[in-house]
Design a protein around this ligand. Sequence first.
Ligand code: SAM
Length: 332
Amino acid sequence: MSERRPPLADRFGRVHSYLRVSVTDRCNYRCVYCLPAEGMTWMPRSDLLSFEEVGRLVGAFAELGVRKIRLTGGEPTLRADIDKLVAAVAAVPGIEDLSMTTNGHTLPVLAERLAAAGLKRINVSIDSLKPDRFARLTRGGDLARVLRGIDAARAAGIGPIKLNAVILKGENEDEIFDLVDYAARSQSDTELRFIEYMPFEARWHQTVPARVLRDRLAEVYTLVPEGRSGPDAGPARGWRIVENGLRVGFISPLSEHFCATCNRLRLGADGHLRTCLAHEDTPSLRDLMRGGADDAALQAAIREMVYGKPEGHDCQVEGGTLFEGVMTGIGG
Ligand code: SAM
């Protein structure tokens, strides 16, 4: 760590400090925009990165300048002893920010253990506040339990909490005001983020552009832009609702894409890196490690893949190229 290394940059000068790590492709929910209706064949467990492999890779990325890690999935809390992985990642020198994206289902039982292990922040996916619709959109999810999970996380001292809602045309568009009300009634560390649906392999749903949602909210509320700028700002365009103080983010990968400032990398559950969400890089870092690559070889491979990161993707609200793969192994 002491020697100064060149930043983890691509050929367009984007410097990468953020790694999202999918720890499993398995999920206890089957969200209609994430998983195919016919179901999934999960990866064999031996294909998943072991905790030791994740720890080694996080260490390698940290030495290359990554400072921020998000654990995701599939559902990360389904991985047995996930708190041990949280503790191991939190202890990696150079990692300054560790968070998790979860559907919240297991938080009523796991929140305290996760907090004790060093988890500081979470994002919880919540696409509806109507129990029946929530169950339909998640194909079996339990809204009351997720709401209890959010409360449990807060009680355990995990925060800020970001609530992620994917809005699908004709499905849950009518709930944006209810979601705002719910988030605004929560503690002030709560942020609501509306995410545009991205089609992977097929367009199962229709995307509602961020601007449409913003305009609808602006018919009722006063929205003032609240930019966090700079390399660590994240993809959400932030606004503050004057009437209730809620911060609302809009993640608009299709309608107002943020490829030019993308500082994120994704490590798939099977060790494949995605320098761009739309496409998988090769070879798998897991295969390199299992083939005996030392840390220098691993870091050289990472640098090469990052250098070759595409300038951007071409997927649009209607048309363009679809994203490759299935979201559940990638982690959102
Ligand atoms: N199981 C966890 C959860 O539900 O949050 C983590 C994994 S999930 C793949 C991560 C995020 O990706 C969630 O917020 C989810 O809503 C979002 N997501 C999944 N598929 C998506 C899609 N096709 N377009 C946009 N967002 C998607």
